[in-house]
Write a protein of this length. Structure first.
Length: 453
């Protein structure tokens, strides 16, 4: 690589510009791309079949060396591409130098990153679906449990615990859809774009796409080597997914506290205290909450890196990898531990029901009761608001108020007011998407069917 230069690269510069410490993860993709490229060169008579066979054999051998841990990576060779190429030349001789015909490291790294991203997206979708299954299993096992639903973290209306969990199922469904969309835009072959302008050889890009499992080839060589939208898009989708996990994490932290006591986490997914023997800390959930900010930071980092780059390739784009790898590792590991945590979680149904029956959670149902007797909702809301205030002052629950106390606020209250319960409240919400048992049963069945499909 020295032809134009008369001096050795300063050691600190070499260390600063080297990427081998992190792009070593791309070795499988790099070798796969090189094998396909060698086969294509032979098919197009750009190199001989014998030369291609030697190159493919050499690359396959190098892959084994890396996987067995006997391959020595050199920072002096800068990146995974040059490390593999140098070793190839050692193994097969001068013919190894022909491998780089009709390609550049620009389209080579674009290829490697897309291959890596496609695998990461597929893995992510699989992990998301596994967590969906765990949530669905937990919901089905507790489909009759009642809990308070919250707004502003204040008890609002009673809901089925399964209905609450299915909200997260829907969030994850959207995450799966986003990653599927990302996969479609990642599934584009950039190889054949050269450094930026294409290549002056009769290459067969359709052959390369088929060999490497791409459904499309890039339409513009300059865009192909400088595009990292798919990296950004993965990180954007990952940020949304981590946000959903963080919301669930927050609820798990709350629910597992003595103040709520709605769930008990398995000992395998909690930790103790170094000083307080009684503690059982929801550290997995807390760490997921913290790691969400890290994933957001990775997204902002790549957006900032790309925001002012002129076409086409610029060395700034080397910074696309570390944050990308970190986001993938963080999201997938979080999904894995959440799946185990949810699968082993125990719901304290007696506690959730008790919480749902305390306070004045049926206030909206009392307003609806008056509406059904002809009172405009805003007036009914005002009447029940005064009823709540009266009950608070008297230190009574709704069921402890006698009928004369109800009638003092509206003559339309009758003995049937006592038929309003958390069960009747839940059953009344039978509109599609509501928390009524019938609707939740349908939702559970649809969710299960969607996963089986």
């Amino acid at each position: 690589m020295r032809g134009r230069f008369q001096k050795q690269v300063e050691k600190k510069v070499a260390e600063y510009t080297a990427s081998i410490l992190f792009d070593r993860r791309l070795y499988r993709q790099d070798i796969a791309g090189s094998i396909a490229h060698a086969k294509m060169l032979a098919k197009q008579a750009i190199i001989s079949d014998k030369e291609a066979e030697l190159i493919v054999m050499g690359l396959s051998s190098i892959r084994e060396e890396i996987e067995q841990g006997s391959f020595e990576l050199s920072a002096e060779l800068e990146d995974i591409h040059m490390n593999i190429e140098a070793r190839l030349i050692e193994k097969v001789g001068e013919v190894g130098r022909k491998l780089h015909t009709a390609r550049s490291r620009n389209d080579q790294i674009a290829l490697d990153m897309r291959l890596f991203a496609k695998e990461a997206i597929s893995d992510t979708i699989e992990k998301l679906i596994e967590l969906q299954k765990a949530l669905l299993d937990l919901a089905e096992a507790n489909k009759d449990e009642i809990m308070p639903g919250y707004t502003h973290l204040q008890r609002a209306q009673p809901v089925l615990f399964a209905h609450h969990l299915l909200a997260y199922f829907e969030m994850l469904r959207r995450d799966v859809e986003r990653f599927h969309d990302c996969l479609g835009r990642t599934d584009v072959l950039p190889l054949g774009s050269g450094a930026l302008a294409g290549v002056p050889y009769p290459i067969d890009r359709a052959f390369l796409a088929k060999e490497l499992g791409f459904s499309k080839t890039s339409q513009n060589s300059m865009d192909a080597v400088s595009d990292r939208d798919f990296v950004i898009e993965y990180q954007a989708a990952a940020s949304l997914a981590m946000m959903h996990l963080s919301r669930l994490a927050e609820e798990i932290v709350l629910w597992s506290s003595a103040e709520f006591d709605f769930i008990e986490l398995s000992d395998a997914y909690a930790t103790g205290s170094s000083i307080m023997p009684q503690k059982k800390n929801p550290d997995v959930a807390e760490l997921a909450r913290g790691k969400t900010g890290r994933v957001y930071g990775n997204l902002l980092a790549i957006l900032t890196t790309m925001k002012a780059l002129p076409l086409s390739y610029n060395r700034d784009m080397q910074e696309d990898k570390e944050c990308f790898f970190d986001t993938i590792d963080t999201l997938i590991s979080t999904l894995e531990v959440f799946t185990g945590m949810v699968a082993t979680m125990r719901v304290r149904g007696e506690k959730t029901r008790q919480a749902a029956e305390e306070g004045y959670i049926l206030a909206t149902d009392l307003a609806d009761y008056l509406v059904r007797k002809g009172v405009p909702f805003r007036e009914a809301h005002n009447i029940v608001g005064r009823l709540v205030q009266y009950a608070i002052e008297k230190g009574k629950s709704f069921k402890e108020l006698n009928i004369s106390e109800y009638e003092s606020l509206s003559p339309l209250f009758g003995e049937d007011v006592y038929s309003i319960t958390v069960e009747s409240s839940i059953e009344a919400r039978n509109a599609p998407g509501g928390t009524a048992p019938e609707r939740v049963k349908e939702a559970l069945e649809k969710a299960r069917k969607s996963l089986n499909e």
